[in-house]
Design a protein around this ligand. Structure first.
Ligand SMILES: Cc1cc2nc3c(=O)[nH]c(=O)nc-3n(C[C@H](O)[C@H](O)[C@H](O)COP(=O)(O)OP(=O)(O)OC[C@H]3O[C@@H](n4cnc5c(N)ncnc54)[C@H](O)[C@@H]3O)c2cc1C
Length: 387
């Protein structure tokens, strides 16, 4: 039984056993290669998880969540990955944008938006980056001008993952041009069906079209869709980026561990565990032990609810390096190393490794590039002079 607000939360061992039993009795879906079908299947999977009470475990009940702790959430993520079950499709909502709406949203925003986000009825995207504002995000130029009870929003975003499939967007806009650039930014929650929004998917080297250009032409956004106060969006954006770095690191650690185990099994089945393979697996395992050590601190911070800190940048850097090392080692052994045209490959595991190896190159770019994370570490953790 799950706990109620007045009871102590279910013990973690009991919770783990319950999660494991549910996953054993609920076969996870096969992930199809065609991106549109895959999207539909993973969205349905998100609904299955939600209806069974596994979505948003650490979120409040009012928001549609489980009212449990971050520790319960981490246990479930671990069991999900170990069961070789796919992640739900709405990870940007679940891990990135949702926590900021929960923290900074009005009661109405939380009540109306969060349950639909958890169930996958609404898929969210994150409209932060622009063609001239990626690393230097605070330079963003998409303008929002007050017009009665609305804002009129015009500009362009880029690299917006899932924008072509999303119902909602967490959009950073400039609402004041006369002040320091961080001080003139606001955070809007935008209905993607609003007139004036055009999305244009961009194909990645994996063959997927995961992200888009987004064009906004005098898009009318109700003022009540402002998250937090006008011109105070920068602090909320920092919270969103911190959530992206923290929770994703812990999930990714288990995913990498499982990927490495599966690769070793596959090499064994092929009779290919020769000296070269053993050396490569050894290097990948050493990288994983570094990630393990790092994520122990990440877990402690998450459980202590410290919120975003510059230490998140250390997590991200370690994860980038380990992810790229593990997939490069695996793909080097299991290849073929080639771009996959058209769609994500299915079936052949060796093609999955190629896909994941190619995708791992993005890890040191999305959520803030490795160079930028190193600058954060240098200036904010080590106190080195600004360059
Ligand atoms: C797979 C993927 C998914 C993404 N999804 C989203 C999304 O959903 N929403 C969203 O808003 N964005 C998304 N992004 C965009 C991502 O956040 C940006 O690509 C990233 O912040 C870098 O910005 P940029 O691409 O404009 O590169 P630039 O900022 O132009 O940087 C180019 C290079 O110069 C380096 N550089 C720039 N400035 C400095 C500096 N001051 N010091 C040292 N080096 C510097 C960078 O490290 C980088 O190597 C995604 C990116 C990828 C790859």
């Amino acid at each position: 039984m799950s706990s109620t607000e007045s009871e102590l939360p279910e013990s973690l061992p009991d919770f783990r056993a319950r999660a494991r039993a549910w996953l054993a009795s609920t076969p996870p879906p096969e992930v199809p290669p065609d991106p549109d079908t895959r999207f539909t299947v993973l969205r349905r999977w998100q609904r299955t998880l939600f209806e069974a009470g596994w979505a948003g475990l650490a979120w409040s009940r009012e928001a549609g969540g489980g009212g449990l702790t971050h520790a319960h959430h981490l246990v479930f993520v671990e069991e999900l990955v170990r069961a070789r079950a796919p992640q739900p499709i709405g990870l940007i909502g679940l891990e990135v944008v949702g926590p900021s709406i929960d923290r900074y949203g009005t009661d109405r925003q939380r009540r109306e938006l969060l349950p639909r986000l958890l169930s996958g009825d609404d898929i969210w995207c994150q409209g932060f980056s622009e063609p001239e504002a990626g690393s230097d995000l605070a330079s963003l130029r998409t303008r929002a001008v007050a017009d009665g009870d609305d804002y009129l929003v015009s500009g362009q975003k880029i690299w917006t993952s899932w924008a072509h499939q999303a119902q909602w967007c967490a959009l950073l806009v400039r609402t004041d041009t006369a002040v320091r650039k961080q001080a003139g930014i606001s955070y809007l929650l935008v209905d993607m069906t609003s007139p004036g929004i055009t999305t244009r998917p961009i194909r990645q080297m994996t063959g997927d079209q995961e992200f888009c250009e987004v064009f906004l032409d005098e898009v009318r956004v109700p003022r009540q869709n402002l998250l937090g106060a006008e011109n105070e969006g920068w602090a909320i954006a920092t919270h969103t980026l911190g959530s992206e770095r923290g929770a994703a690191t812990l999930r990714r650690r288990v995913e990498l561990e499982v990927a490495l185990d599966d690769a070793v099994d596959e090499l064994g089945a092929r009779g290919s565990l020769d000296g070269r393979a053993r050396s490569a697996i050894g290097r990948a395992h050493i990288a994983m032990r570094v990630l393990d050590a790092q994520t122990r601190q990440t877990t402690a911070r998450l459980l202590a609810n410290t919120g975003p800190t510059p230490l998140d940048s250390v997590d991200k850097l370690v994860l980038n390096d380990v992810e790229q090392t593990v997939f490069a080692e695996i793909a080097g052994l299991l290849g073929p190393l080639r771009a996959v045209p058209g769609s994500r490959p299915a079936g052949l595991r060796s093609e999955r490794w190629a896909h994941d190896h190619l995708y791992s190159r993005a890890a040191s770019i999305y959520g803030g590039s490795a160079q930028i994370q190193r600058t954060i570490v240098a200036e904010r953790l080590l106190g080195l002079p600004r360059g």
